[in-house]
Every structure is written in C-alpha cells, then in structure tokens.
Design a protein around this ligand. Sequence first.
Ligand code: HEC
Ligand code: HEC
Ligand code: HEC
Ligand code: HEC
Ligand code: HEC
Ligand code: HEC
Ligand code: HEC
Ligand code: HEC
Ligand code: HEC
Length: 432
Amino acid sequence: MRYLIITILTIPTIFYDSAVAGQSSCINCHISSEWVSDTSIAATFMAGDIHRNMGLGCEDCHGGDPGIGFEEGDPELAMNPAKGYGNPPDRLSIPEFCGKCHSDVEYMKKYNPRLSTDQLKLYKTSVHGKSLYNRKDTKVAICTDCHGAHGILPSSDSRSRVFHAKIPETCKKCHSDEGYMRGYKYEGKQIPVDQYSEYKESVHGILVLEKGDNSAPACNDCHGNHGATPPNLASVSAACGECHANNRDFFNGSPHKTPWKEMDLPECEQCHGNHYIQAVTDDLLGVSEDAICLDCHDETSAGYKTAMAMSMSIDSLKFSIEAAQAVVEEAELKGVEGGQARFDLGSAKDDLIRVRSVIHTFDLEQVSDITRAGIKTAGEVQLMAEAALSDILIRQIGLAISLVVIVFIAIMIRLKIKKIDSVTNFEVQEKK
Ligand code: HEC
Ligand code: HEC
Ligand code: HEC
Ligand code: HEC
Ligand code: HEC
Ligand code: HEC
Ligand code: HEC
Ligand code: HEC
Ligand code: HEC
C-alpha cells in the first residue's frame, strides 16, 4: 500500500521531469513565480514569439546553459558567464545585440533566405539611429520600441506592433507625446507632435486605421521602416509616386518640375500636404477662391490662364455628363432600355476620372484632348436618349390618334346598334 501511494505520487513527477528534460532550464525557472518576480517575460516568449517558433531559446540571445540549473535549483549554473551568459543589453547596445544575428547573412539564410539583413545598416542612417550613435541619446526609437523584446512577431501577424494598421500607434507613443519630444528640432524648429492626429483624419489614415486597408500608406511607407527619416525633397514625391505612379510621371514631365526644384519646393506635398492629405475636389484647380493655383499664380502669369482654362475644360465635361445623364434617366423612366447609353456614359465618366490625374502635366493640350473626347461621348449619348424620347412622343401622338379613331368607330357602331335595336323593337311591338 505504501509503495502504491508512493508510485501514484511519483507519476506526475516522472511526467513533469521528462517534460522538463525536453525543455530549457531558463524557461522552467522563468515561468515559475517561485523563482522570478516577472513571469510574463517567459510567458510572452512562449506565446508565439517568432524566435521561439523558429526553435531559438533564451540562450540564443542571452547566452548561458539551458541544460542545467533548474533541477539543481541554482540559477548561476544556467546563467553562467563562462557559458556565454551576459547581462541584458541596455538601450544603447540593443541595435547591435539584435544586429548580431540580423546582419549576419550566412546565419539568417539558414532560417529565412528571403529575409533582408540590412535593418541595422539602415537604422544607422535614420534620424533615430544617428542620434543614438552620435549623441548617445537613448530616447529615440530602438529595435525593441517597434518590435518588443520577448513577444516579437512578424509584421504579417495582426498582433504585431509593426502590423500595417498598428504602426501609427507604435510611432504615436513618442511622436504624440509633447513632453517626450520637447527640445527636439526639425529644420531649426520644435518637432511638432501632430503627425498622428493629422494622419488619423487623412484619406490615408482613414483607410488604414478604420478600414484596415493596406494599400494606403502607414507612417513607414513614407518614412521607411528602418531609415525613418523624413524623405528629403526629392524622395517625398518618390514615396508618393510608389503608389501614385501616373501622377508622379505626369508631374515629372510638367513645367513645374525644374523651377520647383530650383526653388527648393517639395512636389506633391506642396499642394496636398503630408500628414493631413484630404480627398480632392475640382475646386482645388483653377482660379476660384479655393484653388491652390492662386498660391503662386496671379492674373499676370501664364499659369493663371492655363489654370482657368483647365478648370473650365473639366467643368464642361462634368456638365455634359450631368446633362446626358438627366435625359437618359428620363428616357428610362418612360420605358426606354438604357443599357447601351449607360455604358457609353461610363466611358465619359472614366475620362473625367483620368483627367483629374492628367492635370498633373499642367498642360492644357493634354487635358483638353481628354475632356473633348468625353464631351463628344456624352453629347452622343444625350442625342441618342433625346431621339428615343422623341420616338416615344411620336408613338404617343400616333397612339392618341388611333385612340380617337377607335373611340369614334365605337360610337358609330353603338349608334348603329341602337338604330337596329329600335327598328327590331318596333317590329316586335307591332306583332303584339
Ligand atoms: C534556477 C532558476 C533559474 C534558471 C535555471 C535561470 N534563471 Fe535567469 N533568473 C533567475 C532569477 C531568480 C533571476 C533574477 C530576477 C528576478 O528575481 O526576477 C534571473 C534573471 C535573469 C535575467 C535578468 C538579469 C538582469 O540582470 O536583469 C536574465 C536575462 C536571465 N535570468 C536569463 C536566463 C537565461 C538565458 C537562462 C537559461 C540559460 C536562465 N535565466 C536560467 C532564475 C533562473
Ligand atoms: C530575441 C532576443 C531575446 C530572446 C530570445 C530573449 N530575450 Fe530576454 N531580453 C532581450 C533584450 C533585448 C532585453 C533587454 C531589453 C528589454 O528588456 O526590453 C532582454 C531582457 C531580459 C530580462 C530583463 C528584463 C528587465 O526588465 O530587466 C530578462 C529577465 C529576460 N530578458 C529573460 C529572458 C528569458 C527568460 C528568455 C527566454 C524565455 C528571454 N529573455 C529570451 C532579448 C531576448
Ligand atoms: C540569435 C539570433 C537572433 C537575435 C539575437 C535576434 N533575432 Fe530576430 N530573428 C532571428 C531568426 C532566426 C528569425 C526568424 C527568421 C524568419 O523565419 O523570418 C528572426 C526573426 C525576427 C523578426 C521577424 C521577421 C519576419 O519574418 O518578418 C523580427 C521582427 C525580429 N527577428 C526582430 C528582432 C529584434 C528586434 C531583435 C533584438 C531584440 C532580434 N530579432 C534578435 C534571429 C535573431
Ligand atoms: C521606428 C520603428 C522601427 C525600429 C526602430 C526598428 N524597426 Fe524593424 N521594422 C519596423 C517596421 C515598420 C517593419 C516592417 C513592417 C512591414 O513589413 O510593413 C520592420 C521590419 C523588420 C524586420 C522584418 C524584415 C524587414 O526588414 O522588413 C526585421 C527582421 C526587423 N524589422 C528588425 C529590426 C532590427 C534588428 C532593428 C534594430 C536595429 C529594428 N528592426 C528597428 C519598424 C522598426
Ligand atoms: C521611443 C520613441 C520613438 C518612437 C517609438 C518613434 N520615434 Fe521617431 N523620433 C523619436 C525622437 C526622440 C526623435 C528626435 C530625434 C532627434 O531629432 O534627435 C525622432 C525623430 C523622428 C523623425 C525625424 C524628424 C526629424 O527631425 O527629421 C522621423 C521622421 C520619425 N522619428 C519617424 C518615426 C516613425 C515613422 C516611427 C514609427 C515607425 C517613429 N518615429 C517611432 C522617438 C521615437
Ligand atoms: C503620405 C506620406 C506620409 C505619411 C503616411 C506619414 N508621413 Fe510623416 N512626413 C511626410 C512628409 C512628406 C514630411 C515632410 C518632409 C519634409 O518637409 O521634408 C513628413 C514629416 C514628418 C516628421 C518631421 C516633423 C514634421 O511633422 O514635419 C515626423 C516626425 C513624421 N513625419 C512622423 C510621421 C508619423 C509618426 C507618421 C504616422 C502617424 C507619419 N509621419 C506619416 C510624409 C508622410
Ligand atoms: C500644383 C499643385 C499640385 C501638385 C504639385 C500635385 N497635385 Fe495632385 N492634385 C492637384 C489638384 C488641383 C487636383 C484635383 C484635380 C481635380 O479634381 O480636378 C489633384 C488631384 C490629385 C489626386 C486625385 C486624382 C487622381 O489622380 O486620382 C491624387 C491622387 C493626387 N493629386 C496626387 C498627387 C501626387 C502623388 C503628386 C506628386 C507627384 C501631386 N498630386 C502633385 C494639385 C496638385
Ligand atoms: C502606400 C501607397 C500610398 C502612398 C505612399 C501614398 N498614397 Fe495617396 N493614396 C493611396 C490610396 C490607396 C488612396 C485611396 C485611393 C485613391 O483615391 O486613389 C490614396 C489617396 C490619395 C489622395 C486622394 C485622392 C482622391 O481621389 O481624392 C491624395 C490627394 C493622395 N493620396 C496623395 C498622396 C500624396 C501627396 C502622397 C505622398 C506624400 C501619397 N498620397 C502617398 C495610396 C498611397
Ligand atoms: C508653389 C507655387 C505654385 C503653385 C501652387 C502652382 N504653380 Fe504653376 N508654376 C509655378 C512656377 C514657379 C512656374 C514656373 C514659372 C512660371 O511660368 O510662372 C509655374 C508654371 C506653371 C505653368 C507653365 C506656364 C507657362 O506656360 O510657362 C502652368 C501651366 C502652371 N504653372 C499651372 C498651374 C496650375 C494649374 C496650378 C494649380 C493646380 C499651379 N500651377 C500651381 C508655381 C506654382
């Protein structure tokens, strides 16, 4: 009986021990509150950290011997400097600490040949990295601020701090904190702390933060992941042009390109802003109150006349489409089949969308080539729909005439019948 009890009591320990044997002493101690004050470090590491998933252990980053120490109840056997254990890195040395593996092409190739190994190199060129290395300023972002230390996840994981829709939050931690950013200068002035709040209200921010749309940019798409520096004037439009390629190409061939470069003006940003980019309206173009062209062009400049002509040209296309649309709708209400008309009108609408991009050539000829084509299509559609409507009118008149004829004939027939009836009645009466 005593043996039985002992056997029962030892079963769990046997299982426990064999489980432990396959595990690391580091994790066993660090997951147990009997040993360490903070068990969350090992717990988050276990819960999906990419390093753990790839088979790495605590010792791969910290050194030491994971095969000993837990059963002996002696941390120093595991956390043994003779076995490579070192104190955890301070903020200043973390980039090199992570870079030890991540800059090692041969080492990283064994795990993931497609993963780039330039993070540390790029980081050193960023404003963050330069301040860390040149001024020993540890308030700037380091690897662990953006990735964490023990729950590091690939950016494809929606829980990751660098998941597309989470990145703005990650940057916001410092960049929206006035106290934290006080004293830092950008182009000689205090760095503003409004990037997140402005971005949140922008077309891009709404798509990313509210709709989870990763075709729109998060902070890193314009600033880079590891070279997080505001793009210099040439690369501001390079960043926008990554996605808005047509507009970039149009702008590059436009009369603004060279003089703006000479005047040190930014490109897209000059008209659209950087963090608070809004959906455009046609009023931006032209010489009316809201037009951006007026910032630089007064009545005496050549740009003024072109701006006005371009705007009028787009307005004409819009009015043509609206007019055609109204007639098509009326015809459809009266039962005309409008499929073809709507299809053709669609192509005029495409011209309208396209011309809003082509305006970036700032070339009236190219703009009016498109608007002319659109206006022609819309005009033809309108004519077609009007013809259908007048067909209806003719048919309606025809219908009215035949109705009158029918009614007339009906009356005549009725009269005739009445006449016959009265004759018959008379005969009947006579017979009585
Ligand atoms: C026998 C238990 C035990 C084992 C085995 C163990 N540790 Fe620890 N470790 C501790 C304790 C206790 C502390 C002190 C921290 C505390 O009290 O919370 C500590 C602290 C640390 C620290 C922080 C040190 C500092 O200066 O802040 C690191 C890093 C660490 N351990 C890594 C490891 C690694 C890597 C292994 C395996 C190679 C390992 N530990 C194995 C018990 C253990
Ligand atoms: C990818 C590398 C990496 C791995 C793997 C890793 N650590 Fe760390 N660890 C760090 C870095 C970097 C720091 C220092 C910065 C920090 O805490 O943010 C650190 C700090 C620590 C500290 C000190 C925390 C403090 O607040 O002082 C402890 C304890 C620790 N690690 C334990 C572990 C244990 C236990 C494991 C395995 C379960 C582990 N680490 C795995 C990179 C790693
Ligand atoms: C001991 C070597 C080593 C160290 C030190 C190390 N890593 Fe890693 N890291 C790896 C390996 C191996 C992978 C897995 C590569 C893969 O499968 O994509 C990885 C993956 C990653 C990934 C995910 C990459 C992806 O697939 O998107 C990130 C992010 C990352 N590490 C950040 C860090 C950070 C931050 C530090 C420092 C705190 C660090 N690493 C320290 C070896 C290391
Ligand atoms: C300012 C924030 C920030 C800092 C600092 C930072 N990273 Fe990253 N890291 C990112 C972002 C953002 C991504 C990419 C997310 C994506 O794929 O969209 C990324 C991606 C990665 C990847 C995946 C492969 C890649 O290059 O896309 C690795 C590995 C990585 N970082 C390691 C590091 C290391 C090592 C350091 C420190 C030398 C570091 N990061 C510093 C934000 C940062
Ligand atoms: C841990 C805090 C912290 C985090 C997180 C952080 N930054 Fe920074 N960042 C700073 C500090 C501090 C500076 C000012 C450095 C200086 O001027 O010496 C800075 C500077 C910058 C600059 C340069 C401005 C200039 O002066 O030219 C850009 C751009 C920037 N950060 C972008 C980002 C982006 C994008 C992210 C997120 C992916 C991010 N930062 C995350 C602290 C942070
Ligand atoms: C659509 C592109 C784009 C996005 C998205 C973007 N930025 Fe910027 N950012 C810029 C441009 C352009 C500048 C101005 C560069 C210049 O004037 O030289 C800039 C400037 C900055 C600066 C320098 C100070 C300032 O405000 O002028 C910081 C810091 C910064 N951005 C951080 C961020 C953060 C944080 C996010 C995300 C919340 C973000 N940016 C999102 C394009 C972008
Ligand atoms: C001189 C001012 C100016 C510059 C510079 C400029 N834009 Fe525009 N942009 C406009 C105006 C005006 C409109 C609105 C046209 C309309 O709706 O009639 C517009 C419309 C747009 C649109 C919406 C229409 C479309 O193409 O889908 C996008 C996107 C756009 N611009 C991106 C850019 C990019 C990217 C750059 C830099 C390569 C840039 N813009 C440079 C003035 C400018
Ligand atoms: C990562 C890709 C990406 C980058 C980088 C990017 N955009 Fe966008 N942008 C989008 C998407 C997606 C939309 C929404 C769809 C659309 O309207 O084209 C959008 C919308 C816009 C609009 C509103 C268009 C409209 O129809 O009203 C403007 C203006 C604009 N972006 C300008 C810029 C400028 C200026 C930059 C650089 C400072 C920039 N974008 C950088 C992807 C990007
Ligand atoms: C930031 C100032 C600025 C803004 C805003 C601006 N332009 Fe210009 N534009 C210039 C400069 C500088 C030139 C070259 C010198 C000149 O011809 O006036 C120029 C030249 C032109 C030209 C060539 C004129 C010619 O025939 O030589 C056209 C066309 C033009 N702009 C149209 C526009 C339109 C349309 C807008 C509004 C969407 C606009 N510009 C907004 C500064 C600006």
